[in-house]
Design a protein. Structure first.
Length: 378
């Protein structure tokens, strides 16, 4: 069977980690993945939507199509799956117009209702999508990494010689700048502390010595292996609960302890004192980084625990067959028939829940913020 993925771009992390990395498992079930980046211009896009008629299953990834394009796609395709790894129903943390968007929420609602199944990257997204459709059609499929792709860090450096690591796209660099006070405190405690920035551009100013390491899919794993501590910061707002924490999983796969603020998916991935430290204030960040810098054995122990956690709970080998089973069921006209461990919206038991809700924000808000329609009432 042919599976057509309508995606943002072939090098987008969502496609690379959520679909392409799992294509082998689809092929084992006779599902063969073909990706097509959606064109921005109308005429080429109409041709792409028409191509959906030649596929057995279409995966629309992240994009919020205008209603008339979605209606066309739905008429043409046999089965439709929507995949998301961000709170696409909101604007991001740094939008000058704020997080709330009735247009985005309306399009999201329409797509979720039109889809035969929804793949949600974390539990917050799963619950939000389930407010608009049969919950049995919504599956939790976390973004996964394969630890075997990452060489474990050696953890031989000590003191100010240790290297912090941050990996990500330029679009999310402003989140790192929000941790300026925390990085300044760590740099004051460890003069000469280095931050290896694995990205295609460096921010204008950070209060720590930055070494830019141009991002490449071929070198990102080695860049992490040459580091000592992974760091991450999420803004505490309405966008961040939808983040799926790929960079943190990459740090963990590379055997790095993680220092992150206790927001959203960080609370789920980082086991405080076991795989890293959850730290919020500048003093807490300085204390966590100083402690890790002084103790290579602690970094090695935490890094090993982090890598094992990824292997056990977020690995490609575990989730590839589960995703393939969902897609196979949908392709055969049986959406909602498959019950995955911790993976379906009506599942009441999450023995090893892969993703979790942001504290204090249990799924779609019972009382929506001003300006945002309440889920299920549209």
């Amino acid at each position: 069977m042919k599976v057509l993925a309508l995606i943002e771009s072939a090098d987008h992390v969502c496609f690379r980690y959520r679909l392409n990395a799992l294509a082998w498992a689809m092929a084992e079930r006779g599902l063969y993945l073909e990706a097509m980046p959606l064109a921005k211009r109308l005429l080429p896009r109409l041709g792409q939507l028409a191509a959906a008629a030649r596929a057995d299953l279409v995966i629309l990834q992240r994009r919020l199509l205008p209603r008339w394009q979605l209606r066309l796609l739905r008429r043409l395709c046999r089965r439709l799956v929507y995949d998301l790894d961000d709170a696409m129903f909101r604007r991001d943390s740094f939008s000058p117009r704020g997080n709330l968007s009735s247009m985005r929420l309306g399009r999201f609602r329409t797509i979720v209702r039109a889809a035969d199944a929804v793949l949600a990257g974390n539990d917050y997204l799963r619950q939000y999508a389930a407010a608009y459709t049969d919950p049995r059609r919504v599956y939790l499929v976390p973004t996964c990494v394969e630890p075997g792709w990452y060489r474990p860090a050696l953890h031989a450096r000590t003191g100010p010689m240790v290297r912090l690591a941050w990996i990500g796209q330029r679009a999310v660099l402003p989140s790192l700048a929000c941790a300026g006070g925390q990085l300044a405190a760590a740099a004051a405690a460890l003069p000469g502390l280095q931050l290896r920035l694995i990205c295609d551009v460096a921010p204008a100013h950070l209060p720590v010595r930055v070494v830019l390491r141009p991002w490449s899919s071929a070198t990102e794993a080695d860049e992490l292996a040459e580091s000592d501590i992974g760091i991450s910061w999420l803004v505490d707002d309405l966008w961040s609960p939808g983040k799926c924490g790929l960079k943190v999983l990459q740090y963990m796969a590379a055997g790095l302890p993680v220092v992150a603020n206790p927001v959203g998916i960080h609370r789920c991935f980082v086991v405080d004192g076991v795989t890293g430290f959850l730290a919020e204030t500048p003093a807490e960040w300085a204390r966590a980084i100083t402690r890790l810098a002084a103790d290579p054995a602690l970094r090695n122990r935490m890094g090993a625990a982090a890598r094992q956690r990824v292997t056990d709970e977020y690995g490609v080998q575990q989730w590839g067959p589960r995703l393939a089973a969902v897609l196979d069921a949908v392709a055969h006209g049986q959406p909602g028939s498959l019950h995955m461990p911790g993976g379906q919206a009506d599942s009441g038991e999450h023995r090893a829940r892969p993703c979790c809700l942001a504290p204090g924000r249990p799924g779609p808000p019972a009382q929506s913020p001003a300006g945002e329609p309440r889920p299920g009432r549209l």
